[in-house]
Design a protein around this ligand. Structure first.
Ligand SMILES: C[S@@+](CC[C@H](N)C(=O)[O-])C[C@H]1O[C@@H](n2cnc3c(N)ncnc32)[C@H](O)[C@@H]1O
Length: 205
């Protein structure tokens, strides 16, 4: 089974949708830190790519103009309900992060939380994020990453077949993925797990 396909993502995230918020609860502190770095302003056009059940919405105060896309309808359904509870207007659409249906430069900011390690082609995903950002726009990336250099740690090599089958890859390296994307790293920090979870603020020059 090739786990890096859109079909498999849609199947497994449809299954995970009912329990996703419970599993992802420990990520809330990290995503708040990432959103603080992004520092959204009222009126900014914001894309949440691979938005899932909308956990990021808990950390966004009304003001920005929010668009959320995800491949899995069951995840987006939960996002729509969350947006309603929070009183946030969100244009939520089923869409493939490899081929965003937005014109170049449509957004001031993009949120990429826990999508780069999941989407089948992370380079294409980052290129698309760069394309839909305006010049001078910025994005935050939060995910699990292997170190940029050196051999892949044994624990990640052992974990990846299981982790990638059920939910996410754990063997991707952010630095090489960003090279050539048009996104420049402004700030990068370890978020948790001794640097396994990382946050990067990147800019579209
Ligand atoms: C680990 S979840 C992250 C959800 C959310 N961003 C969060 O931080 O909780 C990964 C999400 O990526 C979505 N996804 C997977 N492949 C995708 C694709 N090709 N295009 C858009 N979304 C995709 C899944 O449906 C799932 O909702």
């Amino acid at each position: 089974m090739n786990v890096n396909t859109n079909l498999w993502n849609r199947i497994r995230y449809s299954g995970l949708a009912p329990i996703y918020d419970l599993i992802a609860r420990p990520t809330q502190r990290m995503r708040r830190r990432s959103l603080a770095l992004l520092d959204l302003q009222p009126g900014e056009r914001v894309l949440i790519a691979g938005a899932g059940t909308g956990l990021d919405l808990d950390g966004i105060t009304p003001g920005p103009i929010l668009t959320a896309i995800d491949l899995t309808p069951a995840m987006l359904e939960k996002l729509r309900r969350r947006a309603g509870r929070l009183g946030l207007a969100v244009d939520a659409r089923v869409m493939d992060g490899h081929a965003l249906e937005f014109a170049d430069g449509s957004f001031d900011a993009v949120i990429l939380h826990f999508i780069v390690a999941v989407i089948p082609d992370p380079v294409l995903c980052l290129n698309e994020a760069a394309r839909v950002l305006r010049r001078g726009g910025r994005a935050v990336i939060l995910d699990k990453f292997a170190p940029d250099q050196g051999p892949l740690p044994l624990r990640l090599r052992l974990l990846n077949p299981i982790a990638s089958f059920f939910a996410t890859n754990v063997n991707r390296r952010l630095g090489p993925l960003l090279a050539g994307s048009g996104l420049r790293v402004v700030h990068r920090e370890a978020a948790a797990g001794r640097g396994f979870f990382q946050i990067a603020l990147v800019a579209r020059d």
